[in-house]
Structures are given as structure tokens and as C-alpha cells.
Write a protein that binds this ligand. Structure first.
Ligand code: GDP
Ligand code: MN
Length: 409
């Protein structure tokens, strides 16, 4: 898993998000780089430091000359904890910038290779706070979280000093008002009047940004206070709802296809609903509910699902080929479990689809198929008659899962 950390969007109250993989959620989001999120912050009036993007050490040097010293050289990768991983370095002069950029570019941060660095005018930091706005599905409301114990991982704050973390929902019909901002700031224990005022303004602007971009998460960690008492966003973690992107072509263009999981990128290209997980059993179901249960049953049977893949209502040959192509691209997959319940999808059609796909791809991995519902018997008969050496059928979901787990072992 590329990102162990439980971000607010994946807290227990958002369990409807389903299986969690490397970027594991069913409700898809477009994750933006820090520099992209900061640009959106800037556009909405949230103070950020000046910076430039660079793709090589020489342009990093030029960028720093432009911005003014000292600067921070920051790896732009879609994962957190870059600081601890050595992906963020302070530079006092041009030679240092070039050296740091040379080190950071090409660095592998938990599976994410750095191809871009953000050169930012360095800030002096007096205090580090945390502010985020996320969508709380169970409450069906945006949720602000604020604490003056920023800088460190928010999960750590939530675990060690939960009282220091202020949570406040906003009724989306009512919108965000100055009283929300004051509540966060006062309950968070900010006493300096100038800080209170600046943070309250940022709270309102963050809400505007969140609504305008149809975001699922806007996180500022740290939100800093400089020795001069100025409040600024020093980092940004920004996720936009995929389902809203058709309304935001400018945001859709920000997608960094190369930085996303390559399998998930392939799946997106083929229109396959796919979430990469960490195990050995490739899972294919039809319908999100059944597929999710299949993931659970594979785990129950003692195995580890390699992915979550929903064939949807179709199950035609091309759909099966596309899904299998994505799943088998994952070298960890050692067996595949089809769990199909025929409703609108007919069992015989799925069976033909599977056979066609397996034939077409020359697939040799063991495949276990459980078919139930509409035309299931006929489907099982078709699969039986094909007598493929690597394909077996099981009558129940649990038996199918057990068999697939056995074969993957
Ligand atoms: P993350 O580790 O991926 O969350 O990256 P951040 O952008 O949050 O940076 C991590 C840490 O680096 C921050 O908490 C700061 O302590 C430090 N840092 C980042 N930018 C600056 C800067 O401009 N000045 C100083 N002094 N420290 C910085
Ligand atoms: Mn951070």
C-alpha cells in the first residue's frame, strides 16, 4: 500500500467508501499535487508562498533565482510524509538548489518516483496548525477539522490528544458563515486576535474553494504562523470528486496520469471499475455490492484480494476481456475468482464472455467461477463443456472463494 496513513476522507465515518487499496476508495477522486492545490488556494485568496515548478536541476536553479533565496525544494508526488522521506529540503543558494533538486528528482517515495519539484520561497515558521475540510458521508455534510497541533500527521493528533482536534460540520444548504470560522478558531484555542482573524478568513475561503471545485478533501498541513504573525498555507492536499469533473474541464486537465497507479490509469482508460489491493486473488464481480462482499469472502476464506473489479451490469465478452487485461497486468495475481449473480446480466452470456476472453488472451492463470441467478445453470453447463484445464466452477460464493484462495497459495 502506497499510503498507510488514514486520511480524513477515509475515517471510520466514511466506511461507505468501500475497500481500501493503494488509493482505495470506490468514490473516485482526482488527487492533485501540492503545487496544483496551492494554485487553487491562491486563486481563492488563501495566502500561499511564491513558487515555481521545475523538471530538472538547471530549471530548479533558474526558478529559485526568480523566487529569491532561501527556498525549499519540494518533491511533487501524490503521497504524504515527503518531509520525513527526504523529499523536502531547504536551500540557501543556487548551488544548493541544484544539488537538492538533483537528489530529489528521481527519488522513490513509497513507490512514487519524483519527476517534478516545486521551488518555493522558504518561510520562517513560528507555529504549525492544521486545517481541513472533507466530505463526511454519514452526516452528508462537509466537515471542518482544525487543530493548533499541526505539522504532524492528523491521525496522531486524533489518537493522542483528541480534545485538541476541533470538528465542525457545515450544513450545505446554510453554507459556511463567519460563526463557523469563529467556532473553529476559538475552540481550537487560538488567542491572538490577528491570528484569529486571518484563520477565520482562510476557513471561509477554504469552504468557497471546496464548493467551487466540488472537492472531497482540502487539507492544509501545516497552516503556519510566521514570526511576523502572518498565517499561510505551507502544504496542500487536494482531492476533487471524479464524478464532478465533467463540470470542471480545467481541473480534469490537472490529472497527472503518469503519477497515478499505472493499473488504475489503464482501468480508467478502458472504463473498468478497478481498485488495486495488495493480495493474490484477482476478484471480479458484477455490481459494487456483490464485488465488495466477494472481497470480504476472499479475506474470510484466508486469502488476500488483489483488487476490486466490478463488471457492472454488462458482462459481455469485451467487458470481461478488458477487466481481465487490467487484473492480469498485476504480477501479484495468482488466481482469479469470478463471482457473478445473474439479474439483468445472464449467466450464459457471462460464461460465453469468460470463455471468449480466456481464449482470446491465452490465459493460463487458474480461474474459479461461481455463477448464480438468471440462466446460471446454462452458464455452468457452457463452462463445463468447454472443459478448460485452468477453469473450475463452484456452486457457492464461499466455496468459490476457498478454491481460489487455495489455487493462489
Ligand atoms: P509533507 O511532509 O509531505 O506533509 O510536506 P510539507 O509540505 O507539509 O512539509 C513538511 C515539513 O517541512 C513542514 O511541516 C515544515 O516543517 C517543513 N517545511 C516545509 N516548507 C518549509 C519552509 O518554507 N520553511 C521551513 N522552515 N520549513 C518548511
Ligand atoms: Mn504536509
Amino acid at each position: 500500500m502506497s499510503e498507510e496513513r488514514l486520511n480524513p476522507r477515509r475515517c471510520s465515518h466514511t466506511c461507505a467508501d468501500g475497500p481500501r487499496g493503494s488509493s482505495g476508495r470506490l468514490a473516485r477522486a482526482l488527487d492533485l499535487h501540492e503545487y496544483q492545490g496551492k494554485e487553487l488556494f491562491r486563486q481563492h485568496g488563501i495566502p500561499v508562498s511564491e513558487g515555481r515548478l521545475a523538471l530538472d536541476p538547471a530549471s530548479a536553479r533558474a526558478a529559485a533565482d526568480d523566487v529569491g533565496y532561501p527556498v525549499v525544494v519540494k518533491a511533487q508526488v501524490l503521497t504524504g510524509g515527503r518531509g520525513k522521506a527526504g523529499g523536502i529540503k531547504l536551500a540557501e543558494n543556487a548551488d544548493e538548489v541544484e544539488a537538492h533538486a538533483g537528489e530529489i528528482l528521481g527519488m522513490d517515495i513509497r513507490g512514487h518516483v519524483v519527476t517534478k519539484v516545486w521551488i518555493e520561497r522558504a518561510s520562517d515558521i513560528e507555529r504549525e496548525y492544521y486545517l481541513s475540510l472533507t466530505f463526511d458521508r454519514s452526516a452528508k455534510k462537509p466537515l471542518f477539522m482544525f487543530t493548533t497541533q499541526g505539522g504532524m500527521e492528523i491521525e496522531e493528533v486524533a489518537a493522542t490528544s483528541p480534545d485538541a482536534l476541533v470538528r465542525l460540520h457545515v450544513d450545505p444548504l446554510e453554507g459556511c458563515h463567519p460563526w463557523h470560522a469563529r467556532r473553529l478558531v476559538y475552540d481550537g484555542g487560538v488567542t491572538d486576535p490577528s491570528e484569529q482573524k486571518q484563520i477565520a478568513a482562510i476557513v471561509l475561503k477554504l469552504y468557497e474553494t471546496f464548493v467551487a471545485t466540488e472537492a472531497m478533501l482540502c487539507e492544509i498541513n501545516p497552516l503556519i504562523v510566521t514570526p511576523e504573525g502572518e498565517v499561510r498555507a505551507l502544504d496542500s492536499k487536494f482531492s476533487v470528486d471524479d464524478n464532478a469533473l465533467f463540470r470542471h474541464s480545467d481541473l480534469a486537465e490537472l490529472r497527472d496520469a503518469a503519477a497515478a497507479d499505472p493499473l488504475e490509469a489503464l482501468a480508467r482508460e478502458k472504463g473498468v471499475t478497478y481498485v488495486k489491493l495488495d493480495g493474490e486473488v484477482g476478484v471480479l464481480g458484477n455490481g459494487a455490492g456483490l464485488t465488495m462482499s466477494t472481497v470480504d469472502v476472499v479475506t474470510f476464506a484466508g486469502g488476500r484480494p488483489a483488487n476490486f473489479c466490478d463488471l457492472g451490469g454488462g458482462g459481455d465478452a469485451q467487458g470481461v476481456v478488458d477487466a481481465l487485461e487490467v487484473i492480469t497486468r498485476d504480477p501479484q495475481v495468482r488466481a482469479i475468482f469470478f463471482n457473478i449473480f445473474g439479474g439483468i446480466t445472464r449467466g450464459d452470456e457471462v460464461a460465453r464472455g469468460i470463455l471468449q476472453a480466456v481464449g482470446q488472451m491465452g490465459l493460463e492463470l487458474p480461474i474459479v467461477v461461481r455463477l448464480d441467478g438468471t440462466n446460471a445453470e446454462e452458464g455452468r453447463r457452457i463452462l463445463g463443456e468447454a472443459a478448460l484445464p485452468n477453469l473450475s466452477t463452484e456452486a457457492t460464493m464461499l466455496d468459490g472463494a476457498r478454491r481460489a484462495v487455495e489455487l493462489a497459495a
